[in-house]
Write a protein that binds this ligand. Structure first.
Ligand code: SF4
Length: 332
């Protein structure tokens, strides 16, 4: 009988799911993923989590609630640092402790520390700590990780080729090809923000689909090459030490530089301390380059009608600007 490992479809899911799934499968475990975010997951998350948390952390709690009675283990890694000399946001550094204190009757939580702040050795520690729940053999654990890593590279390559991560996950899961119907000369918007805000279709109310339905292409930070992110993020005077923050700044500066996009939409969670700094950088750069910028702030009370009105107004403004105003920004 194989053990069941639950993976919440939230937070780091969009970054690492293929890696985690193959790793656990190679170790003989069955992976169970929570449903896509829905009303009941959101409500469970809001009622079980502390009020001060941001929306993605609350939503994560809801996914844990959905999984907790269906699995033998819950995978809730403590992601402290994923790159040398960089950190994650304090609100998810304490995620395993938060969940354990807020949600009752949990199965065993696999809460390995992922800390690469000093060196990559931290990764091996995390792999070993996670694998030991299934086998004492370090060589078996490393073999499973190497196989999983090869699968993961295929997923990353799809994203680097211009496939949006949620579509790359569908291709990865079903082994089918998605056909894009939008022609390559259509306008392009950048959607910028943390992956769990950009790719959770429930909390952002299907933003990508809404934009594409208007014949507009969408690009997101994960689709920009790492070396461009590193280079463009180093252009600001102070080094960004949040990994997601560096990607947001580097990718948006690259796309704004030389006007490679027609508009930029920042999707942020209400009360996000990290975004309160990043938004200002991106907005100023957009203004310097004359590219329209808008900010969508989401929380558990956000209504779809309000989001639709904002997006439609933004798209209308860009169409009119292109047609009548010779691309002169509204602020001169
Ligand atoms: S970066 Fe912002 S949205 Fe993400 S976990 Fe931290 S506070 Fe929440």
């Amino acid at each position: 009988m194989s053990f069941k490992v639950g993976i919440p479809q939230s937070l780091f899911f969009y970054d690492y799911y293929p890696l985690w799934k193959e790793f656990f499968n190679e170790l003989g475990a069955e992976v169970v993923v929570s449903s896509k975010t829905n009303k009941s997951i959101l409500n469970d998350g809001v009622s079980s989590c502390v009020d001060e948390a941001c929306l993605p952390v609350k939503v994560y709690h809801g996914h844990v609630m959905e999984l907790k009675n269906k699995v033998d283990y819950l995978f809730i890694p403590k992601i402290i640092s994923i790159h040398k000399r960089e950190y994650g946001c304090p609100k998810y550094l304490g995620l395993p402790e938060m969940v354990k204190n807020s949600v009752k009757d949990l199965p065993v939580c696999i809460d390995a520390n992922v800390n690469l702040f000093k060196s990559n050795l931290g990764l091996f520690e995390a792999i070993k700590e996670t694998g030991k729940y299934f086998t004492p053999s370090f060589s078996k654990i490393m073999k499973a990780y190497n196989i999983a890593s090869n699968h993961y590279q295929k997923y990353r390559k799809l994203i680097n080729k211009g496939v949006i991560p949620i579509e790359a996950l569908k291709i990865y899961n079903s082994d089918t090809k998605l056909i894009r119907s939008i022609d390559d000369n259509s306008p392009m918007f950048m959607l910028v923000g943390h992956p769990y805000n950009l790719y959770d279709e429930y909390i952002n109310m299907n933003l990508i689909k809404k934009i594409r339905n208007n014949g507009i292409r969408v690009i997101t930070p994960e689709m920009v090459d790492d070396y461009k992110v590193d280079y463009y993020s180093s252009k600001i005077p102070k080094r960004i030490f949040w990994s997601f923050g560096k990607r947001i700044i580097g990718s948006s500066f690259y796309l704004l530089d030389g006007k490679k996009i027609d508009g930029i939409i920042y999707v942020s969670s209400f009360g996000c301390g990290v975004d309160s700094i990043l938004i200002d950088f991106v907005q100023r750069k957009a203004r310097d380059e004359g590219i329209p910028f808008t900010l969508l702030t989401i929380d558990e009370h956000t209504g779809e009608a309000g989001i639709n009105t904002r997006i439609e107004a933004f798209m209308d403004m860009i169409r009119r600007r292109k047609k009548n105003e010779n691309n002169i920004p509204t602020y001169g």
